[in-house]
Design a protein around this ligand. Structure first.
Ligand code: PGA
Length: 223
């Protein structure tokens, strides 16, 4: 059975000690259920220590990176490559709208990232902003995230209409029948189930509300 994925995108937030505190608090009340899976995506510097803390507590939590180099191992200063990520994580977020906008990542670069991730047996969580976003040829996890619904787009962030999410999910499924579709954009404990209950939606990508262990736990429970 495909588990519902509850993915936490911490973005560029938290130090190691703050991340460890998150795990300590989250683990107090986390009751794993077989039909749901947590995927934590902290910054690179936090991945290893947080994974150790999760292991020590015997928690069933998977890990993802927030980005990946489109180059292999070698003379690429500042890059973190697929093999290094695979040592710690199973997933990698690729093509988030913040990376497309702030780091000018093009479809070409993003497709290279997907290819390199797949070759390393990482599962790409490929973000699409709308129905026109180009999709790479591979099967993957696709997160539909309209930029106007991302909480940090300001007070104007608008909650996406579930009917529109359903329409896009169907469209994506028709283009990529073997891919899983997630929804992301201002997901919280009160709205998560309106998205996860939609046909074709296999989980959520959570930004702002994943930073508090309590909020994220509530999302996990209500999903
Ligand atoms: P949000 O972010 O949940 O804060 O809207 C989602 C995301 O950007 O992945």
């Amino acid at each position: 059975m495909q588990k519902t994925l509850i993915v936490a995108n911490w973005k560029s937030n938290k130090t190691i000690s703050e991340g460890l505190n998150w795990i300590a608090e989250f683990s107090q009340n986390f009751k794993e259920v077989t039909e749901k899976e947590v995927v934590l995506c902290p910054s690179f510097t936090l991945l290893y220590p947080i994974k150790q803390a999760v292991k020590d507590r015997n928690l069933q939590i998977k890990f993802g990176a927030q980005d990946i180099s489109n180059f292999p191992e070698g003379p690429f200063t500042g890059e973190v490559n697929a093999r290094q990520i695979k040592e710690i994580a199973d997933y990698v977020i690729i093509g988030h709208s913040e990376r497309r906008k702030n780091f000018k990542e093009t479809d070409e670069v993003l497709f290279e990232k997907v290819k390199i991730a797949k070759e390393a047996s990482l599962v790409p969580i490929f973000c699409v902003q709308n129905e026109n976003t180009l999709l790479p040829p591979e099967d993957l996890v696709i997160a539909y995230e309209p930029p106007s619904s991302i909480s940090t787009s300001g007070s104007s962030a608008k909650e996406e209409d579930p009917k529109e999410v359903l329409r896009i999910a169907r469209l994506l499924k028709s283009k990529k029948p073997n891919s899983l579709i997630l929804y992301g954009g201002s997901v919280d404990a009160s709205n998560v189930s309106t998205f996860t209950k939609l046909e074709g939606i296999s989980g959520v990508l959570v930004g702002g509300k994943s930073l508090s262990p309590k909020d994220f736990l509530n999302i996990y429970e209500n999903a």
